[in-house]
Design a binder for this molecule. Structure first.
Ligand code: SF4
Length: 699
């Protein structure tokens, strides 16, 4: 490739903030894009180190079948043969695809079309199930669609920021920087952090509520009841724009009881709860910012709705500085949802209602359109274990590390007749189990779009030659579609064509009840696609320049245009710890991303925290005779891990924290997913990753 002299504007591949990044011509410096709405020039340390992760060490460079290097044609022929043979012998229900919030929207779109429209299997799910599925289900119940009402500017103008289950200082650092700046500019802004752990985010907090793990829904039910008792409801808004309020309020009152009882059950000081409630009542511009501490729960959907209920009851949805605001973990979790990357969705935010199935079928001219939802991530891998799924294509993710009961997932893949893995790295826990390995392009080589937490669609642009024979995932998927005999349906030559089709489907027979409508981008040609500026959906005839906020006018995408309160009885996590057991929480650290395949390459990112650890309270350390810095064994009936102990009062007694990042190539026994039980939310299918019962002992 000729040496570039111009910078390339692209998007950071890590978290759901979706920062714009400018890469210089030499490819040895990255800076934040000043004109990107997500970050306005800011970057965190991971984004600033992106250029240090571009080497080709440990890259998967060539296709392999059963350990032998082959050319692409041979590999794709083999994928197609096995896929076709499996469907012929066992039916389409025996094949599955598992994607990732790391995929670009174009990759996701093609995978979904291939599986749900032409192979005839709805078992197309994604690791976004581990991240955002509860937030999605909560929005759909309340607003009638998977639509985030607010935008990042709301963080600048809020009078009250409530962070629930979010360590934004480490997980969404650029948004945290924005909150710090907002608080500095307007010191009267109040910040409440609701989290069992004292995290770095608490440095900004006026009030930290270190509640009992899993009690968030109870606390927000208590807030709704308290707002009702003290006359802080927006009765006009409730009457004109919502349904179901009285039921939700009655349930919240019955659930939460007196303030003293609520405080006792949440394990919080009564006066601190009252302070939070008073601040909420008196500050109309409130953003409740929530993330995995809410979503990764067996009651995650209900928790989301208890938060949304409080915002609806006070008329704080889609207004300047006032919204419930879920923050996605991954760079393209929302883009995946837009194309139907979840097994219980079709493309363009359509579900499995017969009219939606028919609409998508006609648009695609689909040969084998599915009509029922498929298996969600945890049950999908259980179906691999049971032998029901006999062919699985895994793209851009590492489920042997990240899924609950990860050792079972590993054993299931070992037994699965065909495991195809599309991956940029040659050695991950999942790649090791692949029968067919397909070398994928990665950041800097890929060309497509992503959607961040505020609905902003941004381009990821290539600025590097792909090494070896790495190819785009959308291309490999389309090649299989063509080999199955669907040349016209999979005939794209460029990702711009895939994007245009996706955009056209979003507007196809859309009467306005699907907020996701980017039909205004459907006519972009390749040059327009290459030049596309970041834009927040919808982008259509009514909103040609995109839209910052949704639902501020009180009209929602339900059948009657009214939002729904959801009556919730909050449940604490089941199964109290037995004698000698502790509760294990999991999460991210500041300088690493997912299973470290990229961030693990940058030496400076290992300087913050260089090895896996288990954080525990001094009382627990004493009881279990574990010294600070000593190796500790953490185990339960599902597996065992070894980590170095960090003794800290940031943990509540009886509770541990372990980071999610380490996998076999970096540390032999640190896959925390091995200890997480495969308990899921019945509505969203999202696993309970924050409250696993474990035992800890010195090594
Ligand atoms: Fe922005 Fe997140 Fe990338 Fe940091 S990791 S630069 S916050 S997108």
């Amino acid at each position: 490739m000729a040496e570039r002299i111009h910078t390339t504007d692209t998007t950071c591949p890590y978290c759901g903030v979706g920062c714009g990044v400018s890469v210089n011509g030499a490819g040895d410096s990255v800076t934040g894009m000043a004109n990107h709405p997500a970050n306005q020039g800011r970057l965190c340390v991971k984004g600033a180190a992106l250029h240090e992760t571009l080497d080709h060490h440990n890259r998967l460079l060539y296709p392999e079948v059963n350990g032998a290097v082959v050319d692409w044609d041979s590999a794709l022929d083999e994928v197609t043969r096995r896929l076709r043979d499996t469907v012929a012998e066992y039916g389409p229900d025996s094949v599955a695809c598992y994607g990732s919030g790391q995929l670009l929207t174009e990759d996701y779109y093609v995978a979904n079309k291939l599986m749900k429209g032409f192979v005839g299997s709805a078992h197309m799910d994604t690791n976004s199930r581990l991240c955002m599925a509860s937030a999605v289900a909560g929005y759909k119940r309340a607003f009638g669609g998977d639509s985030v009402p607010g935008c990042y500017e709301d963080l600048d103008s809020a009078e009250l920021l409530v962070l629930v289950g979010s360590n934004a200082a480490w997980t969404h650092p650029v948004l945290y920087q924005r909150m710090v700046a907002a608080k500095k500019a307007r010191p009267d802004t109040r910040v409440v952090v609701i989290d069992p752990r004292r995290t770095a985010t608490c440095d900004l907090a006026d009030l930290h509520l270190p509640l009992r793990p899993g009690a968030d829904g109870l606390l927000f039910n208590g807030l709704l009841a308290w707002l009702g008792r003290h006359g802080h409801l927006d009765r006009d808004y409730i009457r004109e724009h919502t349904r179901g309020f009285e039921d939700a309020l009655a349930r919240a009152e019955a659930d939460s009881g007196s303030l003293a009882s609520l405080a006792q059950r949440c394990d919080l000081p009564e006066e601190d709860i009252e302070t939070f409630f008073n601040w909420f009542a008196g500050r109309p511009r409130t953003v409740t910012f929530y993330s995995q501490g809410i979503n990764q729960s067996a009651t995650g959907t209900d928790k989301c709705n208890t938060i949304i209920n409080c915002h609806l009851a006070t008329g704080r949805v889609g207004k300047t500085g006032a919204s419930p605001f879920s923050i996605t973990g991954q760079p393209n979790a929302m883009g995946g949802r837009e194309v139907g990357g979840l097994a219980n969705q079709l493309a363009a935010h359509m579900d499995f209602a017969p009219e939606d199935v028919d609409r998508v079928k006609r648009f695609w001219n689909a040969a084998n359109m599915v009509s029922e939802p498929g298996l969600k991530a945890v049950e999908l891998f259980q179906a691999v274990a049971s032998g029901r799924i006999k062919f699985i294509w895994i793209l851009s993710t590492n489920p042997v590390v990240s899924l609950p009961e990860a050792d079972r997932v590993r054993d299931a893949l070992r037994r699965c007749p065909t495991v195809v893995v599309s991956e940029c790295m040659a050695d991950t826990d999942t790649v090791r189990l692949a029968d067919i390995k397909l070398p994928a392009r990665t950041w800097g080589e890929k060309n497509g779009t992503v959607t961040n937490s505020e609905r902003c669609i941004s381009r990821q642009r290539p600025f590097l030659e792909a090494p070896g024979e790495a190819r785009s995932d959308w291309w490999a998927l389309a090649q299989v579609g063509r080999r199955l005999g669907y040349a016209e349906a999979f005939g794209w030559r460029h990702p711009a064509q895939v994007f245009a089709e996706h955009a056209a489907l979003s507007g196809f027979e859309n009467d306005g009840r699907r907020a996701f409508d980017i039909s205004g981008l459907a006519t972009l040609d390749q040059a327009g696609y290459d030049a596309m500026a970041p834009v927040r959906w919808p982008v259509n005839r009514q909103w040609p320049q995109g839209r910052r906020r949704l639902f501020g006018d009180g009209r929602f995408t339900t059948d009657d245009g009214r939002a729904r309160f959801v009556a919730v009885t909050a449940r604490l996590p089941e199964g109290r710890p037995g004698p000698g057991e502790m509760i294990m929480n999991t999460g991210r650290i500041r300088d690493q991303w997912h299973t470290m395949t990229r961030t693990g390459k940058a030496r400076r990112l290992l300087q913050h925290i260089g090895e896996p650890f288990v954080a525990l309270h001094p009382e627990d350390a004493r009881r279990h005779r574990i010294g600070d810095g000593q190796l500790a064994n953490v185990e339960n009936r599902h597996g065992a891990i070894v980590m170095r102990a960090r003794v800290t009062t940031d943990q509540r007694p009886g509770e541990l924290f372990v980071p999610m990042h380490w996998s076999s190539p970096f540390s032999a026994r640190a896959r925390m997913g091995a200890l997480v039980q495969a308990t899921t939310d019945p509505l969203s299918g999202q696993p309970e990753s924050k409250v696993s019962r474990v035992r800890v002992a010195p090594c």
